[in-house]
Design a protein around this ligand. Structure first.
Ligand code: SME
Length: 151
């Protein structure tokens, strides 16, 4: 797992105040998508103003039709209300799932908290079946804490 090697790179990107926050988030998505073989789409969704929905802010991978996701819908919408990590080893086994691509076999969504409030999430799709471990969760929780510091 390259997570320990990725951490300083993530910190460098996030601390680069020359770039906008959106640009930094996109660069983090690109870093993860290119560095981790089973991360095929990486994106950040955030609560859309005061609406009960998520809006896609930054991503790496194929463009998705699902830029807006109502709370409660799909894996992302469920995490918006549960405030809990959601690891899906097999997307076919989920009935509340929004398919973005026929290639996606697994997904992980980790909520992002600012001052204890669930304001968004990182969402990762994988073309590999059952690829995510507890190490992914720990790394992505760390990453979201770092992102929270620059929002
Ligand atoms: N599969 C997600 C939708 C977002 S795409 O993965 C980019 C879901 O079920 O919420």
């Amino acid at each position: 797992m390259p997570f320990q090697k990725l951490k300083p790179q993530v910190e460098d990107i996030l601390q680069n105040k020359e770039a906008s926050v959106d640009k930094r988030l996109t660069e983090v998505c690109e870093l993860l998508e290119t560095s981790i073989p089973y991360y095929d789409w990486v994106g950040f969704y955030f609560k859309n103003g005061n609406k009960e929905e998520l809006k896609l802010r930054s991503f790496a991978g194929e463009p998705t039709d699902h830029e807006i996701i109502p709370f409660g819908r799909g894996i992302c919408g469920q995490v918006a209300v549960s405030n809990k990590n959601f690891v899906v080893p097999d997307v076919k086994a989920q009935n509340n799932y929004i398919a973005c691509s026929i290639h996606v076999k697994a997904e992980i969504v980790i909520p992002l908290f600012v001052k204890g409030e669930n304001v968004g999430q990182i969402d990762i799709d994988s073309h590999t079946a059952d690829p995510f471990s507890h190490e992914d969760e720990i790394f992505l929780e760390w990453l979201n804490e770092k992102v929270a510091e620059i929002l």
